[in-house]
Design a protein around this ligand. Structure first.
Ligand SMILES: Nc1ncnc2c1ncn2[C@@H]1O[C@H](COP(=O)(O)OP(=O)(O)OP(=O)(O)O)[C@@H](O)[C@H]1O
Ligand SMILES: O=P(O)(O)OC[C@H]1O[C@H](OP(=O)(O)OP(=O)(O)O)[C@H](O)[C@@H]1O
Ligand SMILES: [Mg+2]
Length: 281
């Protein structure tokens, strides 16, 4: 049996379980279940804190894990990224009371609160800044108000948490993160892990693309193919109506409305867009 680590709580937990389910793996019945055996696929799933996952995988006790890229870097564990998973996007940033700081160099000799001390230490030394890092477990935004720190370094997604306590980001973003699949550094490829990666890639692609079907006059087909080139090339089939063809192609979800506008302008009609339930490209 291969072993996969899945976040048991926090921002990545639900999305990671949804991905496993879509990829055909068992998920847990309730949030108190810490180990799930998926006999059909030959995997044991371990539900662990996202922060600990890189450590377990780095020690070689688990084959692969799902965690945040920021947590991977923060852990300093001997792990490497196999693939990004397309959820849990966030940016790791510096913040301070509005108008008080403008660059990382303003932090020289100051105190910075964070729950990502490994990541912050590395950034400060790369930037040649000598500051004191105060390691906290969470809710670090409050540390400034309570006089424990002059600035914070934390995950920002919508910015709501910072705004609520009157803080503002400053300096360059430290890093962009998202959920990633990880393995131990230079661990050999195994068929079971390759299969999991292919399934996850299928889920990411099924979410990224839609299927587009439309009818168009045969003489406009080259223009249409330029707009919807598909993967290996679109499927073009004859229509019962003389001089018309039907086209079927995968299109990036985020562009699909623009593509529909452009197809309409060159005379395409009966344009249909459907979700892709699963795929292997
Ligand atoms: N608001 C958010 N939006 C998107 N991703 C986030 C957000 N907060 C954290 N993350 C990401 O989720 C990952 C794990 O963070 P999370 O907050 O779940 O862990 P934690 O702080 O250890 O757990 P908890 O918050 O339950 O104590 C990190 O990679 C982080 O970048
Ligand atoms: O920009 P926003 O959308 O407001 O999200 C960012 C917040 O989300 C996370 O907190 P979490 O809920 O994980 O609590 P924690 O600080 O205890 O980890 C993170 O630490 C920020 O506080
Ligand atoms: Mg958190």
């Amino acid at each position: 049996m291969l072993r996969l680590a899945v976040p048991n709580k926090g921002s990545l937990s639900e999305a990671a379980q949804a991905m496993l389910k879509e990829a055909g793996y068992r998920s847990r019945r309730d949030s108190k279940e810490l180990v799930v055996v998926d006999d059909a696929n030959g995997w044991e799933l371990f539900f662990l804190r996202p922060r600990d996952i890189a450590v377990y995988v780095g020690e070689g006790t688990l084959d692969v894990g799902i965690t945040g890229r920021d947590m991977l870097i923060d852990s300093g564990a001997a792990v490497e990224e196999i693939m990004p998973l397309g959820f849990g996007a966030s940016t790791f940033r510096l913040a301070a009371a509005a108008g008080t700081m403008s660059s990382v160099h303003d932090l020289d000799g100051r105190r910075i609160a964070t729950s990502y001390a490994g990541l912050l230490d590395k950034y400060l030394s790369d930037q040649g800044v000598d500051a004191r890092v105060i390691k906290l477990d969470g809710a670090v935004e409050t540390a400034i108000r309570l006089g424990v720190a002059d600035a914070v370094a934390d995950v920002v997604e919508t910015g709501t948490t910072l705004r609520n306590v009157g803080l503002e980001v400053f300096g360059d973003p430290i890093m962009k993160s998202e959920a990633v699949l990880i393995k131990r550094q230079s661990a050999p490829d195994t068929p079971g892990v390759d299969q999991l990666v292919r399934r996850f890639q299928g889920v990411v692609q099924a979410r990224d693309f839609v299927m587009m079907d439309y009818d168009i006059r045969a003489e406009r087909i080259e223009e249409a193919i330029a707009l919807t080139p598909g993967m290996e090339g679109p499927t073009v089939s004859p229509l019962h109506r003389e001089g018309w063809v039907a086209v079927r192609a995968m299109v990036r979800r985020k562009n699909h409305q623009q593509v529909m506008d452009q197809l309409w302008d060159i005379g395409a009609r009966a344009i249909l867009v459907t979700d892709i339930y699963a795929c292997r490209l």
